[in-house]
Design a protein around this ligand. Structure first.
Ligand code: SF4
Ligand code: SF4
Length: 448
């Protein structure tokens, strides 16, 4: 007789006499309220080995089919390893390009970047990048435009992407493009040119109600920015539903910009304006202490207090879900490798205008961040920093190989933290499985 055990990727908790279980491997959930059920007994006694084996029992078969019960955790780890190898395959190149380096038209109070270097990408970089892509055997190429503010060099984006589209047809790879922009110059003309050039995914920041947003995210000359960004987004949202694109609205907050009253008003505004547009989703993040460049204006501190940050995020997520707003974080919780940072993946590179290659988009000033350079012929040569970032904790670190969140995190939630502490650091959300699994199920209902 085979002995089954609970998969390492299943978490469970009891509420109102019911046991709830969620499988992080495949996003399947189930619950048990019958005290005589073999799973109820197992959870009550915190048993990992299941003392039941009747393959004609429908529940038992369902739990096996959905990988709640496995003969050995090896079968889960093998599947996770396969997904991981595909995720980091060199056939799937992911480039984060900074067309203007860290230059920006904004002067956000919490920004961690150094805007002083104003070298832009131009024809030379475009030709080298095209050669770099040509030099490889690729199935997919993903280009993320980042900054600074990448739309300060719109023409470069249009031209590079237009050449990449041609190359993708000649060399049969799929091209995906996205952009992180402050959207101040994202008028309809720019937006339609970006769509024409294959840029379908956008991350745009609106930091709460107009007063807080304008306080956090002024122009370099101190002018306000909320109205212009919001009006650009309203015009974009009025485009026909058949036009396909996705916009993630990122909301940075601290305890003063996200009080109960302000959250209510802001979510009402988002819901009334974008709630019916399935192309929009939302992401809430505490203002963090990213680097020594952070919060350097006026000597004021804008960070969200560590004690409050998780509580506010949880409230934002629940209240947004109550208003039927879609959370973009859902994919980070359920996707394969979705909570592991690009900095730890060998197929993911950040490229600066001087063609130096970086790994982390938050620590440009850290000398360990530079992992090599692309030469004039489009050949990438790595330096000795490379192996600090690209590790294989997914298969080598014992705590990771036994973890319920391994499929999402791969032991690489933040390679920068791992490097700084010389050990693998778990993301905070690892222990929030109860709240998170509830949130995932509520969000899936909205998407149905
Ligand atoms: S390494 Fe850490 S800090 Fe850097 S981009 Fe990744 S998650 Fe962010
Ligand atoms: S780093 Fe922590 S959360 Fe991530 S896989 Fe390893 S043990 Fe799990």
């Amino acid at each position: 007789m085979n002995n089954y055990q609970l998969s390492q990727t299943v978490t469970y908790y009891k509420e109102d006499l019911i046991w709830y279980a969620y499988n992080w491997f495949n996003g399947v959930a189930c619950s048990f309220d019958d005290k005589d059920h073999f799973m109820y007994t197992a959870f009550e006694n915190n048993l990992k080995q299941i003392e039941f084996n009747d393959l004609s029992n429908e529940d038992f078969q369902y739990l096996i089919d959905n990988k709640f019960l496995v003969l050995s955790n090896n079968e889960i780890m093998e599947a996770i390893n396969e997904d991981y190898l595909e995720e980091i395959s060199m056939e799937h190149l992911k480039l984060i390009l900074l067309p203007v380096g860290q230059s920006c038209n904004f002067s956000c109070v919490y920004c961690y970047e150094d805007h002083s270097n104003s070298v832009k990408m131009g024809k030379t970089q475009k030709d080298i990048l095209i050669n770099f892509v040509k030099n490889q055997n690729l199935k997919t190429v993903t280009i993320e435009y980042f900054g600074g503010e990448p739309l300060l060099n719109k023409q470069f984006i249009f031209e590079l992407n237009s050449e990449l589209i041609k190359l993708s047809l000649e060399n049969s790879f799929k091209l995906y493009s996205s952009i992180t922009t402050n959207a101040y110059t994202l008028d309809l003309d720019t937006f339609s040119k970006l769509l024409k050039n294959n840029v379908f995914s956008y991350q745009i920041t609106i930091d709460g109600l107009p007063e807080d947003h304008n306080n956090f995210r002024p122009l370099k000359n101190s002018d306000t920015t909320f109205n212009k960004i919001f009006n650009n987004l309203i015009k974009i949202s009025s485009l026909p539903n058949e036009m396909i694109f996705e916009i993630v609205i990122r909301v940075n907050y601290n305890e003063y910009s996200a009080t109960d009253d302000k959250r209510e008003k802001f979510l009402e505004l988002l819901s009334n304006t974008f709630g019916n547009d399935k192309r929009f989703s939302f992401r809430f993040r505490p203002i963090g202490d990213y680097s020594k460049m952070n919060n350097r204006k006026n000597g004021k501190i804008y960070n969200c207090s560590k004690v409050k940050s998780a509580e506010i995020k949880n409230k934002y997520n629940i209240e947004a879900t109550d208003k039927k707003l879609r959370l973009s974080d859902l994919m980070m919780y359920v996707g394969k490798g979705s909570y592991s940072c690009y900095a730890g993946k060998p197929n993911s590179l950040i490229i600066m205008p001087d063609l130096k290659v970086m790994k982390c988009s938050v620590a440009f000033e850290n000398p360990l961040n530079c992992v090599g350079k692309i030469d004039d012929n489009g050949i990438f040569t790595k330096n000795t920093n490379w192996h600090l970032w690209v590790k294989d904790a997914c298969r080598t670190e014992e705590k990771c190989t036994n973890c319920h969140f391994i499929s999402q995190c791969n032991g690489s939630a933040c390679p920068l933290k791992n490097i700084k502490s010389s050990k693998i650091i778990c993301p905070d959300i690892k222990d929030e499985y109860k709240n998170l699994s509830n949130l995932i199920l509520s969000q899936l209902e909205i998407l149905e």
